[in-house]
Design a protein around this ligand. Sequence first.
Ligand code: CAA
Length: 380
Amino acid sequence: MNFLLTEEQEMIRKMVRDFAKKEVEPTAAERDEEERFDREIFDKMAELGLTGIPWPEEYGGIGADYMSYVIAVEELSRVCASVGVTLSAHTSLAGWPIYKFGTEEQKQTYLRALAEGTKIGAYGLTEPGSGSDAAAMKTTAVLDGDDYVINGSKIFITNGGIADIYVVFAVTEPELRHKGVTAFIVDGDAPGFSVGKKEKKLGIRSSPTTEIIFEDCRVPKENMLGRLGEGFKIAMMTLDGGRNGIAAQAVGIAQGALDASVEYAKARKQFGKSIGAQQGIAFKLADMATKIEASRLLTYQAAWKESEGLSYGKESAMSKLFAGDTAMEVTTEAVQVFGGYGYTKEYPVERFMRDAKITQIYEGTNEIQRLVISKMLLAD
Ligand code: CAA
């Protein structure tokens, strides 16, 4: 067993860490306050090749592995979880299903644009009436001539409004429930497509989350992704990888909170010595660091399995479950380490705490992760 990262993975970590420090961190608090997505940051990520880390060069990517992508999401989230999830949804929720299930033409048209970062990707599964029960979706797609006509709406779409390419799931054969769901690639300028309400959120506030609406939205039948009726499987397989991206985001958030806490614990003096020299705080830091390391190992293990072509659905769900819960715990403790100052916007830990909460909710709540893990355990 080898726990060392490869030279390429270390190089990508260093590049993303430097970029995050220089280009992302300085405006993180301000973008959070203003709920502002910054396209320039995304464009700079594209210049560095970060928008296409795991995709082959023939599709505009940099041909690195899935682990490198996970490391990039972790490093970005260490300073700004919003930028982290922008890349995560773009790569694992939009790029991945096109890479795995797209035709050569779809890959050249859509995956290339995503990989090169000229376009942003998003994923539309959740509806007002179907969150955890994804198969209960109501959005329909009906063939009419050479187009599918989509009607319905999707909510809680990460990258909603800023995305140009949406991977969307709709019912094509209602009587078949999940076997009647089909995936489509929808252009952001398709007729009948519009962006609805933008959510006002507790955390990840500079990552836009919106409703997307389909009113007789016409999509050429060539934009069907995979086969008719294969959509639910595509949605689930996509989430297998996506959940690992969220685990990486959670590890990054927790690490960012620990970094800040360690620095503060060394500098802040009470009772004549630094608070870090007092066991109440020192032991807290030790527990935080240990849980983060365990989360990181689970996250890297799932990413490694993905890179090696091994099955990783269970490990990915475990990584999100553990890392998400850890991020919430660690960031709450970080605020405690900072005391009254931690509760203010003078320090980043309150933002980390607000951002951490979503990692227990999206891409399947942590209760759903337990369902996924236990189903796999009992099926073995
Ligand atoms: N890979 C391949 N196939 C899978 C699969 C997987 N990981 N999981 C399920 N399937 C297949 C099953 O094998 C089964 O196929 P057959 O009928 O051919 O046997 C079929 O899918 C149905 O499986 P289930 O009976 O297990 O399905 P279910 O209806 O009970 O639902 C669920 C299972 C795990 C609860 C699923 O509904 C689920 O994951 N829910 C959570 C949804 C979710 O994560 N939403 C997040 C949306 S994205 C987001 O958060 C926003 C963002 O932008 C960040």
